[in-house]
Design a protein around this ligand. Structure first.
Ligand code: CUA
Length: 161
């Protein structure tokens, strides 16, 4: 009888040990998978910029889309209350686009719905992220960081043909 209760004790202990090992292992596995297999990336801080000098500083003195090579683009954006410049870009399907973004005034968000592009745009800082666009369609670019009364209308379009 005494031995039996000891055995039950071991079983209960094991039942607690198992999830306490399995849960962190599965969390770490999920982090590794999203980082390396699924392609979710933390945006780079690509540099610093003086917000007052945006219009004189390359590449922000000429915001918009630039073709670097066939299928390789660079899109430079300025975020400000409450619009993105440019308001619309068009790229062919299968393109890689590097988004280079800064803010003229307050903190904005930069999210392209249905893609992994999701970053904050901080005045004084340049945010950069590269994404691949396979599926043709109209992608909505939204500000997802509250930036004042016009926040909800702050959007632009990425058109993939
Ligand atoms: Cu810009 Cu919200």
């Amino acid at each position: 009888m005494k031995d039996n209760s000891k055995l039950i004790g071991y079983i209960f202990e094991f039942a607690w040990i198992l999830p306490s090992v399995a849960i962190p292992v599965s969390v770490i596995t999920a982090v590794i998978l999203t980082a390396f297999a699924v392609g979710i990336r933390v945006p780079d801080i690509a540099g610093r910029i003086e917000p007052q000098a945006i219009d004189q500083t390359a590449p922000f003195n000429q915001p918009g889309l630039k073709e670097l090579a066939p299928g390789k683009y660079e899109a430079t954006y300025i975020a400000q209350t409450w619009l993105f410049t440019p308001t619309q870009i068009e790229i062919p399907a299968g393109s890689d686009v590097t988004f280079i973004v800064t803010s003229r005034d307050v903190i904005h968000g930069f999210k392209i719905v249905g893609t992994p592009v999701n970053m904050m745009v901080v005045p004084g800082q340049i945010s950069k992220i590269t994404a691949h666009f396979d599926r043709p369609g109209e992608y909505l670019l939204v500000c997802h960081e509250y930036c004042g009364v016009g926040h909800h209308v702050m959007s632009a379009k990425v058109i993939v043909k």
